[in-house]
Design a protein around this ligand. Structure first.
Ligand code: MG
Length: 254
């Protein structure tokens, strides 16, 4: 079921968006060569405690997950692109890291993700992050009342295809509200003019993610982490966005 929020409720959702943005900024600042993924998770966990927020991940146990997630953060490195379960791994020079974080503040969820390279970047990784960033911006720009979900999906896909990337539509954006994942699904490719008509009060996570040379993924033996089928690297950018009378509002803006 797709739920619409009042303007007052969208105002109530802003603190969660700001908090998620603050955590991602702190993670971005801390992520560096020599830092353990578990330290990043601990930093996010401490910020959750300090803020009196609630993790959306720690008890998360959907049908596709082998067990409750157990961490507060997704850390996906190199050929991992989504749902990366933090483990005892020290970041190496040139690693491409994606962090995805969702938390609830005052009963409202926000969800956001970003990718960075630690240490010396490969140009191809910077290009992939840039394309993913541009795809997110295009998707947000299409989140206008009167448009349809397919317009967002199409806008994202145009940017990716221009860069020669393949698109996996199995995992994409979603409604956000009292819980992390609601309707509608917001795929990263679709037909313009198709799907649910966007209305003021719709709050969705828009989250393009792409791999260099494939659209195929598999699940790591950890039961969560999604990796590229061919070992190529991935990038992921996500914001929680409210559709309003005045256009899209990025609740997780950094
Ligand atoms: Mg997310």
């Amino acid at each position: 079921m797709i739920e619409l929020r009042t303007a007052a409720q969208i105002e109530q959702m802003r603190p969660a968006g700001r908090f998620v943005a603050e955590v991602l900024l702190a993670l971005q600042a801390k992520a560096d060569v020599g830092v353990n993924l578990l330290e990043l998770d601990e930093l996010a966990h401490q910020m959750i405690k300090d803020r009196g927020a609630e993790s959306c991940y720690i008890d998360y146990h959907p049908s596709f997950g082998a067990m409750p997630f157990g961490k507060v953060l997704c850390t996906s490195v190199n050929d991992a692109v989504l749902h990366g379960l933090p483990f005892d791994y020290v970041l190496q020079d040139g690693d491409l890291l994606s962090v995805d974080f969702a938390a609830s503040v005052d009963g409202w969820v926000s969800d956001s993700a970003l990718s960075v390279v630690v240490g010396t970047p490969r140009q191809e990784d910077l290009d992939l992050i840039e394309t993913t960033t541009q795809a997110l911006a295009a998707g947000i720009a299409a989140a206008q009342a009167g448009n349809r979900i397919g317009d967002i999906s199409h806008a994202i896909a145009v940017v990716a295809k221009r860069a020669g990337l393949k698109i996996n539509t199995q995992f994409g954006g979603h409604g956000v509200g009292r819980t992390m994942h609601g309707d509608p699904h917001v795929p990263n490719d679709g037909k313009p003019g198709r799907g649910f008509k966007l209305q003021p009060g719709l709050v969705i996570a828009i989250e393009p993610w792409f791999l260099h040379t494939t659209d195929q993924i598999y699940t790591d033996p950890d039961g969560w982490t999604l990796r590229s089928a061919d070992g190529s690297r991935g990038a992921h950018m996500e914001h929680t966005v409210a559709v309003t009378e005045d256009g899209p509002v990025v609740l997780t803006a950094r």
